[in-house]
Design a protein around this ligand. Structure first.
Ligand code: FAD
Ligand code: EPU
Length: 336
């Protein structure tokens, strides 16, 4: 069952050529429990689509690739529907399936790479919507006992790019299926300025969920590098959340600093703006890796960079932004 010494290059969107000492995939909870019994004391890493990780060295342990499929309707009323989806399903394929069935709620999250199982890990979000807005429950196998536990929306303790699986329950569970509550009578979210502009550009007056999805896809394609062409893991850093007091101090020096309300006493800043202002946008090293020319929040691998070079670049950016703005950027990508 366990394969040995496997290259992970095609399993991560950064395209880093790290090796796993052991590798296995599973497509059911029973398969998974069989593998867990063969695990011995090996260190584990659960892999989805590999679109939010940076390998900085070989992985001396067992990489487990989740390939559990499935899409079923669990509950349905006139207004909404609960669907249960296998963690190994590709996220965008799931979004397309919802659009085909005219189920709303995930259209703003179109084209996010990766798989369903990772969507609650960091409460994926884009264009005004986060997974917590549609999340109903998930079932996860506890690694030590093999028992399945159900987590409600509240149990997951979602925050901006955060969940319990990155804090108190870190490294303890393997997510196997996720339930989402989707609409049959839709409430479109076009509050994000770029969506409104794109719909106007396309001449759409009375948008459907499919129109919103198409607008999001067009915006994303114009900004973000396609990992099939240029290695990357999306935003490398989180957008920093600061107190309104800190924002006022920053505004005195930088009156145009982009900021968005994020709570009663806090504001979210645009990390991409801070990195661009600090002069990093488009920087390239040895034609191998660098900061993307259209989106300063995205670090890229043009070919043969190793993960450590990209990690070092991220450290330089963190300390430079700190020196210039007194703000400490936090990485969004998981470093291994
Ligand atoms: P992986 O990278 O395989 O894993 C990520 C983490 O989750 C790892 O710690 C892994 O161990 C854990 N994990 C994965 N599956 C499971 C499981 N079944 N059980 C337990 N743990 C698991 N993210 C956004 O939120 N919004 C965006 O707009 C966005 N845009 C992106 C654009 C690009 C071009 C790229 C490359 C990435 C983008 N991302 C975005 C980041 C990424 O797509 C998401 O974080 C995605 O959810 C990662 O899914 P994955 O299956 O690839 O996870
Ligand atoms: N900006 C710049 N220069 C840049 C990039 C951005 O000045 O090079 C400024 C601009 O002012 C722009 C603002 O930042 O208006 C916001 O940029 P954008 O709309 O591109 O979004 P973002 O804040 O950079 C976040 C998410 C993305 C998500 C988009 C859309 C984080 C860390 N990133 O990016 O998520 O797709 O909003 O909602 O929250 C990801 O997590 O991997 C990801 C791509």
């Amino acid at each position: 069952m366990l394969q040995k010494n496997i290259s992970l290059k095609t399993y991560n969107t950064f395209g880093i050529d790290a090796k796993a000492s052991f590798f296995a995939n599973f497509s059911s909870v029973d398969d998974l429990n069989t593998i867990l019994k063969e695990r011995e004391n090996r260190k584990l890493f659960i892999l989805g689509g590999g679109s939010n990780i940076l390998f900085t060295k070989n992985f001396d342990g067992l990489v487990l690739k989740n390939e559990i499929q499935g899409f079923k309707i669990i509950q349905e009323s006139e207004n909404d529907v609960v669907v249960e989806v296998g963690a190994g399903m590709n996220w965008h394929a799931f979004v397309l399936k919802c659009l085909e069935m005219n189920f709303g709620g995930v259209e703003n999250l179109s084209l996010i790479p990766g798989n369903v199982g990772a969507s609650p890990m960091q409460n994926i979000g884009a264009y005004g919507v986060e997974i917590k807005d549609v999340f109903e429950y998930l079932d996860a196998v506890h690694i030590e006992t093999g028992k399945v536990k159900r987590f409600s929306n509240q149990d997951c303790d979602f925050g901006y790019r955060e969940s319990v699986f990155k804090t108190n329950a870190k490294g303890q569970y393997i997510i196997c299926q996720v339930g989402y509550r989707l609409t049959k009578i839709h409430k479109l979210n076009t509050s994000y300025g770029a969506i409104k502009m794109e719909l106007e550009k396309q001449g759409v007056n009375n948008p459907s969920i499919k129109d919103v999805s198409n607008a999001v896809i067009a915006i994303r394609k114009s900004k973000l590098p396609d990992p099939k062409k240029i290695g990357n893991a999306g935003s490398f850093f989180k957008n920093p959340i600061v107190s309104t007091q800190t924002l006022e101090i920053l505004k005195q020096k930088h009156p145009n600093i982009p900021n968005y309300p994020s709570g009663p006493e806090t504001a979210k800043l645009a990390a991409g703006w801070l990195i661009e202002q600090a002069g990093w946008k488009g920087k390239t090293y040895d034609e191998k890796y660098g900061v993307h020319k259209n989106q300063a929040l995205v670090l890229v691998n043009y070919g043969n960079a190793d993960g450590d070079e990209i990690l070092k670049l991220s450290n330089l950016i963190i300390s430079d932004v700190y020196q210039k703005f007194n703000i400490e950027l936090e990485r969004e990508v998981n470093i291994l």
